[in-house]
Ligand binder design. Structure first.
Ligand SMILES: Nc1ncnc2c1ncn2[C@@H]1O[C@H](COP(=O)(O)OP(=O)(O)O)[C@@H](O)[C@H]1O
Ligand SMILES: [Mg+2]
Length: 408
């Protein structure tokens, strides 16, 4: 698929922008702070309804200059060509209110847009995928799970709500029980929330395990290609789902290879069974959860373990290896989505966004990346200077300057 038209109103630094794009590579060139990332961020937002940079949506609405009226919201609209069928998708991001969406000009729920435009975004921030906290890795898995199965977005939202409500119940149980221990009615209410949390967490976990197993074959190849010729090329990249439930049950930590944990991981695909195990774990942890006033087991405490050879990447991999692995994760995501052709034979190939990555890569990785993505249906890449755009990705070129985008 590819984006043929993009329109922005009051999104980030853009007042009003209309842009026609073509399939193949497109480079956006401009000095720092001119609006390149803002532009590709808008494309990514339409695909996942979240930004790869910020959590807070208010930052996405243009801040008016002095003496100018503050816009109440931002609009991002795109025409997406998938096979022969174009779709027009639009999201209005309204400060302090629920967003509004349109699909082919008709009003719809924002989440109905998920799945229409698929993107894979690789940006310098992705280094935290390897080196950072588990939250970023869970988000990677959840975003991919939703891209594969948009209906899962509802589970994801529901899971977050249940977590918040159960946490506040645990906190009030702690407050009440400080002297007397939690009362019967609090315990009954908690059990209801246990069941709800277990059910939604189990669905999320099964979807993540599915993503991990789909990514696995692609990651090895992508890492080998990206690190080709480097001293570390002989080591294989591997990934495993690290579940807080399995840790609680005393199962071994994931390591590449052994059959035991692969079976443990596979066992998590059974949603009702996982839900029942989670409920048991929550019952075991009841006292500690109340003491801490926090949800201690479940999907929100899980992680994705990454390995090079038999060593965990976090804490062991060099800076260059971490870069290669982060890049390989995104490329594997791209290949995995591309291989996922829907039942109607519609093409699932995502739009690939490479935000400011060539400048951070050495010549060898730059060549490897360019070779890998040169055949992609659409690549949107940003760079501060023309020279950093590899020859393989020569295509349409735009200058981005002070919020204006002009074809060169
Ligand atoms: N909500 C906003 N309103 C107005 N300007 C914004 C907003 N968010 C970011 N900007 C401006 O956008 C610019 C950064 O644009 P960005 O796309 O990140 O640049 P780059 O071309 O380096 O990728 C900064 O000057 C920043 O102040
Ligand atoms: Mg940028």
């Amino acid at each position: 698929m590819y984006v043929s038209d993009l329109a922005l109103d009051d999104f980030r630094s853009y007042h009003h922008l209309v842009l026609s794009l073509k399939a193949g590579p497109t480079a956006l060139i401009g000095a720092n702070g001119q609006g390149k990332t803002n532009l590709v961020e808008a494309v990514g937002y339409l695909s996942t309804l979240s930004s790869h940079r910020v959590g807070a949506e208010t930052a996405l609405v243009r801040r008016a200059g002095p003496g100018e009226e503050q816009p109440g919201g931002a609009v991002v609209r795109a025409k997406v060509v998938r096979g022969q069928r174009p779709s027009v998708i639009e999201i209005e991001i309204i400060s302090g209110k629920a967003n509004r969406a349109r699909l082919n000009r008709g009003a719809c729920r924002p989440r109905d847009l998920l799945g229409v435009l698929r993107t894979v975004v690789f940006a310098p921030e992705d280094l935290v995928l390897v080196a950072g906290e588990p939250g970023g890795r869970r988000r990677l898995l959840d975003d991919l799970a939703v891209a594969l199965r948009p209906a899962l977005a509802a589970t994801r939202t529901e899971h977050e709500k249940i977590l918040a409500q159960r946490a506040s119940l645990l906190k009030s149980a702690r407050a009440h029980g400080a002297s007397r221990g939690p009362t019967g009615s609090v315990l009954t209410t908690l059990e209801v929330w246990d069941a709800q949390l277990a059910a939604s967490a189990a669905r999320l976990i099964a979807a993540r395990v599915d993503v991990v197993s789909r990514l696995r074959p692609w990651l090895e190849g992508a890492y080998a290609a990206v690190s080709e010729g480097a001293a570390d090329a002989s080591r294989q990249a591997a990934l495993a789902y690290r579940s807080s439930l399995l840790a609680h049950e005393g199962r071994p930590d994931p390591v590449p290879g052994p059959q035991a944990w692969v079976q443990d991981e596979e066992g998590l695909r059974d949603v009702p069974a996982t839900a029942a195990r989670l409920e048991t774990a929550m019952a075991d942890l009841r006292r500690r959860e109340i003491e801490r006033g926090a949800n201690l087991v479940g999907a929100h405490r899980d992680d994705l373990s990454l390995f090079l050879g038999s060593l965990p990447a976090k804490g062991f991999a060099s800076h260059g290896e971490q870069w290669s692995l982060a890049l390989a994760l995104r490329l594997a995501s791209y290949e995995m989505l591309r291989a996922d052709v829907d039942a109607l034979g519609g093409d699932g190939e995502p739009v690939l966004v490479l935000d400011d990555v060539f400048a951070s890569l050495d010549e060898r990785r730059r060549r490897a990346l360019a070779g890998l993505v040169a055949g992609a249906q659409q690549v949107l890449l940003t760079s501060a200077v023309d020279q950093d755009v590899p020859d393989e990705l020569a295509g349409a070129r735009f200058r981005v300057h002070d919020g204006a985008v002009t074809r060169v």
